[in-house]
Design a protein around this ligand. Structure first.
Ligand code: DLL
Length: 424
């Protein structure tokens, strides 16, 4: 099958060559790797030559902490962000003035694809600070001409109050927080005014989520929920977003090239096949990245979207390759568990996974809250059905506990769904 990246325009070719030249001239570590691969910038004549370039990995960023991969003068930096990561050191990412302009453009264009227009009121419920979510949405929203409410994470009652009093039309947060928000809204007195009365769309991202979770959020809030993707290493939110067709995320092609590779061999895969997403930046000055291995698993969706856009589209992210659990030889992604639970009537989308180990054999336990108001018999029924749905989805027997609503922890930022018992 033809690969979408072959569609590179002259403009993209020029930007790619500028990026490769910049890396060659200003980032000794990357130049070394190009030399070891036996290539020079002139070998990259277009997007079709991309695969000649060496990959960049998270480890490269970590090893060069904080500024070893900088491709601009230190005094040209206007801002830094950081990704904490679950293992090891933080990764610092940095932006020049032009980088911040590009980011604003990317985010404004994403918001516009999602149907946000000047005059909308955007409530940003992502964390402000080193995390890129809050400030990414903030400046993108202002750039588009929206009224931005920088409410940040948590304080759900206050979020609801702001939403009601200021007539919020667009909310941005993690999918798991959107579930929590819809629960809080549902628990309010039915006779009081609906705080979500002005909402028209929810833009959700920063963690993997499924179609089942989308349905829960959409039913709870009564508005479409669209998926936005990004990562701090590459920029932050704004790399790709769904349009109202909800059929894959449109890549911001003025700024990025996407490839899908086999995570084991590193070989490029054709459109339609799932593998690891690799991103090359086209406009970044402070931290340009050639073939950055995101470890996120997805595929390029061939063909044109029903909205008419014909650029690169990626499917929703299934998870990170390092989120994959191996239980009794079976590969399990948390999103598979979420999708299976979503098929059982009477369950909520609040769940947690625990991995334990006895005699070198790993076991998976899933705890999930029921929907409100189930009797004892119904609790037993949903538990049986959840066990069966998980067995069918994973081919694995899983311990299941159905809990009363409100039993599990809620998260304001990225949900931490998996707990590994010590010793496992
Ligand atoms: O999560 C940036 C962001 C903020 C994206 C707000 C969307 C909305 P990091 O903290 O560096 O940056 O985490 C990046 O989060 O590699 C994915 O594994 C995951 N991720 C981000 N968006 C999605 C999504 C921000 N829509 C890492 N679906 C990425 C699935 C996502 N996973």
């Amino acid at each position: 099958m033809e690969r979408t990246q072959g569609k590179g325009t002259d403009m993209r070719t020029r930007k790619l060559q500028e990026t490769v030249n910049r890396l060659w001239e200003r980032v000794p570590g990357y130049r070394d790797r190009m030399e070891r691969a036996g290539i020079v910038p002139a070998d990259i004549r277009g997007v079709e030559d991309l695969a000649k370039l060496p990959f960049t990995t998270k480890k490269d960023l970590r090893d060069s902490y904080p500024f070893g991969l900088l491709a601009c003068d230190r005094e040209d930096l206007l801002r830094v962000h950081a990704s904490s990561g679950t293992t090891g050191k933080m990764t610092i990412v940095a932006y020049t003035k032009n980088d911040l302009e590009s980011w604003k453009d990317c985010m404004a264009s994403c918001l516009s694809i999602a149907g946000v227009t000047p005059g909308d009121t955007l409530q940003v419920m992502f964390g402000y600070g080193l995390f890129t979510g809050g400030l990414g949405f903030h400046y993108g929203g202002e750039h588009l001409g929206a009224t931005v409410i920088p409410s940040g994470t948590g304080f759900t009652e206050r979020q609801v109050q702001l939403m009601q009093d200021l007539g919020t039309t667009v909310i941005a947060c993690t999918p798991s927080y959107a579930v929590h928000l819809s629960e809080v809204l549902a628990s309010r007195n039915a006779n009081s005014p609906d705080p979500a009365h002005s909402l028209k769309v929810a833009i959700l991202g920063a963690e993997p989520w499924t179609e089942a979770l989308r349905q829960t959020v959409q039913a709870g809030l009564g508005i479409p929920a669209l998926d936005i993707y990004g990562l701090s290493e590459v920029m932050g939110p704004g790399v790709a977003i769904e349009c109202p067709c909800q059929d894959g995320l449109h890549l911001n092609e003025n700024h990025f090239i996407a490839e899908i590779i086999d995570p084991v061999t590193g070989e490029p895969l054709p459109d339609g096949e799932e593998g690891e997403l690799v991103i090359t930046t086209l406009t970044k000055e402070a931290l340009p990245l050639a073939r950055y291995r995101t470890r996120d698993l997805t595929r390029i969706i061939p063909g044109k979207c029903a909205c008419g856009r014909d650029g690169t589209r990626i499917a929703r992210i299934r998870g990170r390759s390092d989120d994959m659990l191996i239980i009794k030889g079976v590969n399990v992604f948390p999103t598979q568990v979420e999708a299976a639970l979503g098929r059982v009537m009477g369950l909520s989308m609040n769940y947690a996974l625990e991995v334990s180990e006895h005699n070198y054999v790993k076991d998976l336990s899933v705890s999930v809250e029921s929907a409100a108001g189930l009797g004892e018999l119904e609790m037993e029924r949903v538990e049986r059905e959840a066990r069966r749905a998980l067995y069918e989805a994973l081919g694995l027997r899983v311990n299941v506990r159905v809990l009363l609503p409100g039993s599990l922890e809620r998260f304001e930022g990225k949900a931490k769904r998996v707990r590994v018992a010590s010793g496992a």
